[in-house]
Design a protein around this ligand. Structure first.
Ligand SMILES: NC(=O)c1ccc[n+]([C@@H]2O[C@H](COP(=O)([O-])OP(=O)(O)OC[C@H]3O[C@@H](n4cnc5c(N)ncnc54)[C@H](OP(=O)(O)O)[C@@H]3O)[C@@H](O)[C@H]2O)c1
Length: 324
């Protein structure tokens, strides 16, 4: 089968299209004929090998050469313990280990897949998994956003952020979106009430305070984030620098005891229930997967370059089968 491979960490130039062995599903796995893949910040990190957590699957070079986490396609074959999914069905979901999707076929755990509704294209379904589930858990499951609360989303113009802005508005919050100047109109179009250009203004130093901050990329000190929270407010980091994430883990409990403010990391629990809830929110039109651009599989390097250079508004789709 054809796949996009990276033998080493680096720029999009290290990516190649190559013929590789078609995977075989394990007992609890499903082999999917991939129709569409959506890109996330984690793909850019996995390509570069930065931050350090992006090298968990290979310190010097990636053990799994194929990037790609969010897929949608048709079931080709199932493992012997798979019960809920059958060959021929249309599914979408995530790759275990966030890799292996940018190929004609991909194997993943049954638990990370759900049935694709007929009303949705493969591209729309592929846009959902990682970004929408981060947003759902950050804004609703852990964030418990209530009407009238003030919510800030840092990194609001990307994959998870574009879902989070819409979801926070759905739950009745007053939403501030933070990203660079070129994405601020996009944030308004998602429903953000206020926008901040992170290249010009530091949201932790402007005197405003929030009930919830969902931070896609944490680069500041935990004390800065605590200062930007209302009493009893919560801050959740999704990704960012390893140093900052470790500081949050170590200092979070102490900050909580001293200030009552909750400062920590959102460790996303991947599960079919939240995947289905995210899909239902999209099907109902409450949340719209914002697809910026589509690229064919062989143009994945250009697609990742576009993402990594900071142009992507919402989701980038790789179309593997052109009839999607
Ligand atoms: N915690 C977990 O369990 C878990 C699970 C899965 C993924 N993740 C993490 O989630 C993160 C990616 O989220 P994503 O897919 O939404 O990423 P994304 O699509 O790349 O979006 C990130 C957004 O943040 C913006 N940005 C960059 N630097 C910024 C800064 N200093 N301040 C504010 N905004 C900034 C980017 O814009 P420009 O680049 O254009 O400036 C972009 O719009 C990754 O770090 C990934 O590892 C965490």
């Amino acid at each position: 089968m054809k796949a996009i491979i990276q033998r080493k960490y680096g720029s999009p130039d290290v990516l190649q299209i190559a013929e590789v062995k078609k995977p075989t599903p394990g007992d609890n796995e499903v082999l999917v004929r991939v129709h569409a893949v959506s890109l996330n910040g984690s793909d850019w990190e996995g390509l570069r090998g930065k931050p350090l957590y992006a090298r968990l699957g290979g310190l010097r070079k990636p053990n799994n050469w194929i990037l790609g986490s969010d897929i949608a396609g048709r079931v080709e074959m199932i493992g012997k313990n798979v019960r809920d999914i059958q060959p021929g069905e249309e599914v979408f979901g995530e790759m275990a280990g966030y890799r292996g999707g940018l190929a004609e076929f991909a194997c993943t755990s049954e638990k990370l897949l759900a049935h694709k509704p007929a009303s949705m294209t493969f591209e729309q379904a592929a846009a959902i998994p990682q970004g929408a589930v981060i947003a759902l858990q950050g804004i609703h499951v852990k964030g418990n956003v209530q009407p009238g609360q003030r919510v800030l989303i840092n990194g609001a113009g990307g994959s998870a952020g574009s879902f989070a802005v819409q979801l926070a508005k759905h739950y009745g919050a007053e939403v501030t979106g933070v990203d660079h100047a070129g994405k601020l109109d996009f944030l308004h179009s998602l429903g953000a009430d206020h926008v901040i250009d992170y290249t010009r203004e530091d949201f932790t130093k402007n005197g405003n305070q929030y009930d919830l901050i969902l931070d896609v990329l944490a680069y500041r000190s935990p004390f800065d984030y605590a200062r930007a929270l209302r009493p009893n407010g919560s801050y959740f980091a999704v990704g960012g620098s390893v140093t900052r994430l470790l500081q949050l883990l170590l200092l979070g409990p102490w900050i909580k005891r001293r200030t009552g403010r909750n400062v920590g990391i959102l460790a996303v629990q991947r599960n079919r229930t939240d995947l289905l809830t995210s899909m239902e929110l999209c099907e109902a039109g409450i949340v719209v997967p914002m697809i910026d651009r589509r690229y064919p599989l062989n143009e994945t390097p250009e697609a990742l370059r576009y993402l990594g250079e900071g142009h992507a508004r919402g989701k980038i789709i790789i179309t593997v089968v052109a009839d999607t």
